[in-house]
Write a protein that binds this ligand. Structure first.
Ligand SMILES: Cc1cc2nc3c(=O)[nH]c(=O)nc-3n(C[C@H](O)[C@H](O)[C@H](O)COP(=O)(O)OP(=O)(O)OC[C@H]3O[C@@H](n4cnc5c(N)ncnc54)[C@H](O)[C@@H]3O)c2cc1C
Length: 544
């Protein structure tokens, strides 16, 4: 048995750079940091985890015939509904070809056409076929598996799985490292002058989401608590076509990729009619938010909506969608015979930790890339398949900056970071209930269609949830050796609740409709709101 002094011990590890997350952002950053040494930590038992693994469509880059970075930028700006940063968008699209080339060099086996050129798919709101994919619609798996193999081989990368990052340590406005809980070592203070957040999105704040269970907004919440500036939080993209299947409460809904509609899949109402023809000139290929709202209105009116893949699966694209076929079959449907029931689901967060054009946040020594970051490129709505590209480009930029940066002595800390109190065993059900209330509130009031009154209700409900979280029965970490599952449950709950409050606050403040943020009480875009909304967690403390 450990005595109290031993239990109090927190392992201190001196690291150079710590990267949190093993999706495309974290893996690409860690690989690109060589020869600088890096500790890569991830909360899942293996490196496989996060949304990247689930990406189906692919990665957008203007490399096809007749296409150009300028055309790609134009499509990105149009989807972004007036909020995308034009200069950064231009730079991103110009780096598309080089980024794909880097992936090819890393050994990603992209699908090829008969002439050996990259096979490119056309997706909604793209003027040209420009989405490179691997393994048909299993791009994420192929991509991440290959990058993981590279990471495992890299002598400069130390991997720590089952390691839950809890809090950043900041002194005098500068990062000193972070506190994590590791299955083998328990509490660890990773003392490091540079920390990169690549922790992905926030989909778990809603019941209907395409995101994996890891998407609990941990990095966003950690950065918020550390005082970093956050931007565009109100913009959450709902994917129009998740499969409307019974899922275990809290689990993710399977996605039917956008590329299916690009290849000709049709959206049908209950009577088998194509209802998008009257909604938008591009019909099924209208921007995601338009399609999601059209479907949402139908489902709110008690109707069911379907995606019909039959023509796609028997035509020239027959072999391109193995994942969609498997998804449909796993849910008990035959996609060759019947249209599939669908519903919109929270899919991608355009908002996040505000970064400059090399991924630097407002806290010295803290960097962010991938979905947790806001570069300003996606604006009010992300163009399909731009997120993998953006994550990759910014991961490599962060690494480029850090490779050049001298190692900084983080200095001696006068005291170790304080260990958090954790919920007692009897309080775990209550904690779970608070997460459920958060997801109920976000799904009901902070979803695809919003209004001022409903956002007010959500805000006060979530403030209540936060109060209840503070009152939950806790035990000092110094008096017990916690299990990683308890640490993770507690950490994810407090992160999700904080993120939900921040998103709701941002949505309340933006009194207009733009891109993915639609308010019934302000249905139009307003010129005075054609700007990024950025604040710190202090705004939440000061609100209401
Ligand atoms: C079903 C689906 C399909 C998609 N299809 C496409 C597509 O075709 N094209 C496209 O461009 N985009 C697509 N997207 C979006 C895209 O996949 C994501 O935006 C992108 O992969 C995010 O990468 P990331 O590295 O930022 O985060 P993720 O891939 O989500 O990885 C986050 C990592 O952080 C780790 N982590 C989180 N919190 C902690 C913590 N506290 N401590 C330690 N580790 C932590 C997780 O375990 C995980 O390893 C899709 C998303 C989904 C959900």
């Amino acid at each position: 048995m450990m005595n109290v002094t031993e239990r109090q011990a927190m392992v201190v590890k001196n690291d150079d750079v710590v990267v949190v997350g093993s999706g495309i952002g974290g893996l690409a950053c860690a690989l690109s940091l060589a020869p600088r040494s890096v500790t890569l930590i991830t909360k899942t038992p293996q490196l496989q985890g996060g949304s990247s693994l689930w990406a189906q469509g692919g990665i957008a880059a203007a490399v096809g015939p007749n296409d150009s970075p300028a055309a790609h930028a134009a499509d990105t700006l149009s989807a972004g509904a007036g909020l995308s940063n034009p200069e950064r968008t231009r730079q991103l699209t110009e780096e598309g070809a080089a980024s794909l080339q880097w992936l090819v060099q890393e050994g990603i086996p992209f699908d090829r056409d008969l002439h050996g050129a990259l096979a490119l798919a056309k997706e909604a709101a793209h003027q040209f076929a420009r989405v490179a994919h691997a393994g048909g619609d299993t791009t994420g798996q192929v991509l991440i598996q290959s990058l993981i193999e590279r990471v495992r081989e890299a002598p400069t990368i130390k991997v720590l799985e089952d390691s839950f990052a809890c809090d950043l340590v900041v002194r005098k406005g500068r990062i000193q490292g972070l506190v994590a809980f590791n299955r083998n070592d328990g509490w660890v203070f990773h003392k490091a002058p540079q920390v990169v957040l690549a922790t992905g999105g926030i989909g778990m704040a809603w019941w209907h989401t395409t995101n994996p269970v890891e998407a609990t907004g941990d990095g966003l919440a950690m950065a918020a608590r550390a005082g970093a500036r956050l931007a565009n939080l109100e913009f959450v993209q709902f994917h129009p076509t998740a499969m409307a299947v019974e899922s275990k409460k809290g689990a993710s809904l399977p996605l039917l990729t956008e590329a299916l509609r690009g290849a000709g899949a049709l959206l049908l109402d209950e009577s088998g009619e194509r209802f998008m023809l009257t909604e938008h000139p591009l019909a099924e290929l209208a921007p995601r938010d338009v399609v999601a709202r059209a479907i949402h209105r139908k489902t709110c009116a008690g109707q069911r909506v379907f995606l019909d893949l039959r023509a796609v699966l028997t035509g020239e694209h027959a072999a391109a969608f193995p994942q969609a076929i498997e998804t449909a079959r796993a849910a008990g449907f035959d996609p060759y015979e019947e249209p599939l029931p669908i519903t919109p689901a929270a899919h991608y967060h355009m908002g996040g930790v505000e970064v400059d054009n090399v991924g630097r946040t407002s806290v010295e020594g803290l960097w962010a890339c991938g979905e947790v970051a806001t570069t300003g490129i996606h604006g009010a709505n992300r163009l399909a398949s731009n997120s993998l590209l953006e994550a990759l480009v910014y991961a490599r930029r962060v690494a480029g900056e850090l490779r050049r940066a001298p190692g900084i002595e983080s200095g001696e800390l006068s005291s170790l970071p304080k260990l958090p109190d954790l919920p007692s065993e009897s309080a775990l059900d209550a904690l779970h209930e608070l997460v459920n209330k958060t997801r109920d509130t976000m799904s009901r009031y902070v979803g695809i269609l919003r209004s001022g009154d409903e956002l007010d209700i959500a805000y006060s409900k979530l403030a209540n949830v936060a109060r209840n979280l503070r009152d939950i029965d806790t035990v000092s970490s110094q008096l017990q050796t916690p299990a990683i599952d308890v640490v993770r449950q507690w950490g994810e709950a407090r992160n999700l609740i904080l993120v939900a409050r921040l998103v709701t606050l941002a949505a309340m403040r933006r009194k207009e409709s733009r891109g993915a943020h639609y308010r019934d009480d302000y249905p139009q875009s307003r010129p005075e709101w054609q700007k990024q909304q950025s604040f710190t967690v202090d705004t939440l403390r000061g609100a209401h």
